[in-house]
Design a protein. Structure first.
Lengths: 176, 432
């Protein structure tokens, strides 16, 4: 079942990618983040499985689909602009939410630990708002989205080095 | 996230049986330290021991200030407990400039009278002497008050030993992080937990009467501002609007809070909340991040961080105005301003050659002095005498507290054995 889900998601991601900005799938190669690359890898690896499989599509709920999409979006130092490589991912989330308007998402913005704490709350919020605007542009209803910024208070990685900072500058999508 | 459901323990600030976890060491001292001796206090005939060493607490307070060198007990040639017993030659031969002697007399069970005298050894005369009543619960505080009086006489500056510090501590274990808001005596003793949560707690702020602390809590996966009364543990939510509720700071009269609200669209602006009526007045309308506001001591102005110019700098706005004015121009990053209680200086976080440092900005002279030496120093807070600041720095990945005098000459570390400490806030002067 797990493979089946991946297959379908992979298929969807590719289809959606086709609808999104051309070339957005290949823009991740210069990034230091590990997460953005994996979306594409999964999609490529499971595309054939999806095509080959004779699986029962009705068994897949919207819920399980949205959970299988990547839910963390990373940002560059001191930036809140979304990297182009996330266009596909966000429009995939948007499609799920448009297909099931009972779904809600909490966008949790985070910053790395450098600088003052409340200002970092502001930076985390800016990132969450960047994702929110993109979801709204993709047709998601405002009522489906809330934002919260944890600033530097809830790091993914506790180190004080660039690799930790890279993992901590993020927005997490919590879908309910 | 679903599993991180709120598990909130409220502990009353009332004789918690907690051991002090803070120890203090001086990391940088001044050239000239006044040599003083605090002679062990005498106990009345009917007393065997007190449990609290008054002279030791006074000695440690004065030593921590970095302005005094304390004579070790074993070097004392005599141990008088009253002024009449002092042989001034015995002290001047050691180069001691001032001596404190004292006695504790039991009045009735659990009730004492502490008397102390401070002597100028060169002049051979008493500088000050007092007698104060105390009970078992107030002995430690009485010692800090005596240290404050001695400090005032010898330096001309009001002491801050009889004050408290609030801070946030986290304990990270395998699968959870515990956030605690803690209040301790200024020497790090007597740590008491105000509130504990599995969700972040941040931005504590003292009320001017030291009875309440406002803070931000993320319980329920949204930020809200709480007001908690220390003595009773009673807490109430006073701001939980959509989006960010952050950065509370009390007005000097204690009736209002300045705070940051983000709203649904996440545009952080400064607002003033009337605590009693809950009415809200918007102070800034800028599309940038406006946050970290603090009141001027006269209550007429608010200083805050804004990146409206592209990078965070300090701005100020008068309460009766809608026009903010930029205050700092040094460097690319100045944030989290806190005014000295005398209103003359701003403590802030300043990016200095790639490191976040604590700096003091002199408002009249418009110059900036970097005080700390860490890479990620943050959250400066003035002591109520405007003479010393406390802030958080990092040591081997953990947050620890340091204090520094406003002239930058004496810096010392307040290290915790457990946990990661940050966001220290010095209390106002406590009521007697």
């Amino acid at each position: 079942m797990e493979r089946v889900k991946f297959g379908l998601i992979g298929f969807l991601v590719l289809v959606l990618a086709g609808c999104a900005t051309p070339g957005s799938m290949s823009s991740n190669s210069d990034s230091g983040s590990s997460m953005d690359g994996s979306v594409v890898d999964d999609a490529a690896a499971t595309y054939e499985m999806g095509m080959d499989g004779s699986n029962n599509l009705e068994a897949m709920s919207d819920d399980s689909m949205s959970q299988d999409l990547e839910t963390i979006i990373y940002f560059d130092f001191d930036r809140s602009e979304l990297r182009a490589e996330y266009d596909t991912l966000i429009s995939s989330h948007a499609s799920n939410m448009n297909a099931n308007t009972l779904l809600t998402v909490r966008l949790e913005g985070h910053a790395d630990e450098r600088g003052s704490r409340e200002y970092n709350i502001g930076l985390g919020e800016r990132r969450a708002q960047a994702v929110r605007r993109m979801l709204l542009l993709n047709g998601v209803a405002p009522a489906q989205i809330t934002t919260v910024s944890f600033g530097e208070e809830r790091p993914n990685s506790y180190g004080s080095d660039e690799s930790s900072y890279t993992q901590n500058r993020r927005v997490e999508l919590v879908i309910n | 996230m679903q599993l991180r459901k709120l598990l909130l323990l409220i502990c009353l600030l009332f004789h918690n049986n907690l051991y002090a976890e803070l120890t203090i060491r001086i990391t940088q001292g001044v050239g000239k330290q006044t040599p003083v001796a605090i002679v062990p206090f005498g106990l009345g005939d009917d007393m065997s021991e007190l449990g609290v060493d008054i002279a030791d607490i006074i000695s440690n307070d004065l030593k921590r200030s970095g302005r005094f060198s304390l004579t070790p007990i074993e070097n004392m040639l005599q141990k008088p407990t009253t002024g009449a017993g002092i042989d001034f030659d015995d002290w001047s031969i050691l180069g001691i400039e001032a001596v404190v002697v004292g006695r504790i007399i039991k009045m009735k069970e659990g009730s004492f009278n502490i008397q102390f005298q401070l002597f100028d050894i060169f002049k051979g005369e008493q500088i000050v002497g007092y007698r104060m009543p105390a009970n078992e619960k107030t002995l430690r505080r009485s010692a800090h008050r005596i240290a404050d009086m001695i400090y005032k006489e010898l330096t001309g500056i009001r002491g801050v030993f009889d004050t408290k510090v609030a801070y946030v501590k986290t304990n990270v274990s395998l699968n959870e992080t515990k956030y605690s808001l803690i209040v301790a005596d200024s020497d790090g003793e007597n740590e008491q937990i105000v509130v504990t949560s599995n969700d972040p707690i941040m931005s504590p702020a003292w009320s001017p009467d030291s009875r309440q602390i406002a803070y931000v809590s993320f319980e329920g996966d949204a930020s809200s501002i709480f007001l908690q009364t220390l003595r009773t543990g009673n807490r109430r939510k006073i701001s939980d609007r959509p989006g960010i509720n952050g950065s509370p700071a009390f007005s000097p009269d204690g009736r209002k809070l300045v705070l940051t609200l983000g709203g649904v669209d996440g545009n952080l602006d400064i607002y003033i909340l009337d605590v009693a009526t809950r009415s809200l007045k918007r102070m800034t309308y800028n599309r940038s991040i406006d946050t970290e506001a603090t009141w001027s001591p006269n209550g007429n102005e608010i200083y805050f961080t804004s990146d409206r110019g592209g990078a965070p700098q300090i701005y100020k706005i008068a309460l009766n105005s809608d026009k903010a004015e930029r205050v700092t121009f040094q460097g690319n990053y100045n944030a989290r301003p806190r005014l000295s209680p005398d209103g003359k200086k701003l403590a802030l976080v300043h990016l200095y050659r790639g490191d976040y440092r604590i700096a003091i900005y002199d408002i009249a002279k418009k110059d900036l002095l970097v005080l700390s030496s860490g890479m990620q120093d943050e959250s400066p807070s003035f002591a109520p005498n405007s003479d010393t600041l406390i802030y958080a720095t990092k040591m081997r990945g953990n947050g620890v507290l340091e204090t520094v005098t406003a002239d930058g000459l004496v810096r010392q570390r307040v290290a915790s054995k457990l946990g990661d400490i940050r966001e220290p806030v010095w209390s106002p002067f406590l009521k007697l």
